[in-house]
Design a protein around this ligand. Structure first.
Ligand code: HEM
Length: 152
């Protein structure tokens, strides 16, 4: 058992480094293919390699494994890093949908999925910086978005 597993069981339960890698792959596969998450897909670069690497590093530490994203204990400053992207309810829910489907496909224990989903929901909610549920209004002109086709 690794040091990380003793500190926090989530990393080990998810399958360690390989499990986190698979989760990130599946997460971005959902983002890249599901039409209902097109709004957040369009916030990302065409090539998702960098985004995958960053999310993998972040989740590794967040789940209790090696702190690859902030190796010197710095705060991750996710709020600041997401500030250029208008994140409202729709965007948050699209992100969470990708994660929920990725965890289900990875066949994580249902109780672990529930527990992680609650934490992801809290974190994603804390990143909300925009009250509109569609992409009609932009905070940042550099962010190019298509019209959100699934207005509720
Ligand atoms: C709430 C909806 C969210 C949206 C729409 C969103 C969108 C994005 C976008 C567009 C990027 C830029 C990707 C890149 O640099 O290539 C990004 C970066 C990132 N996101 Fe999110 N994100 C969301 C939630 C989250 C959550 C909940 C987490 C953590 C569990 C997360 C972790 C990260 C990380 C670690 C980065 C890399 C930041 C950097 O170092 O530049 N995001 N996100």
């Amino acid at each position: 058992m690794t040091q990380a597993a003793i500190k926090n069981p989530h990393y080990e339960k998810i399958g360690g480094e390989e499990g986190v890698r698979q989760l990130v792959e599946l997460f971005y596969e959902k983002m890249d293919t599901l039409p209902e998450v097109r709004t957040i897909r369009n916030m990302h670069a065409q090539d998702l390699t960098g985004a995958k690497r960053k999310l993998f590093r972040f989740l590794s530490g967040w789940l209790g494994g090696p702190a690859l994203y902030t190796p010197h204990g710095q705060p991750p400053r996710l709020g600041q890093k997401h500030a250029p992207f208008p994140i409202g309810h729709a965007e948050r829910d699209q992100w969470l949908l990708c994660m929920q489907l990725a965890m289900a496909e990875l066949q994580l224990e249902p109780s672990l999925q529930q527990e992680l989903m609650a934490s992801f929901t809290r974190l994603a909610t804390s990143l909300m910086n925009h009250q509109h549920t569609h992409a009609g209004k932009r905070l940042n002109e550099q962010v190019v978005l298509l019209e959100y086709p699934f207005k509720s």
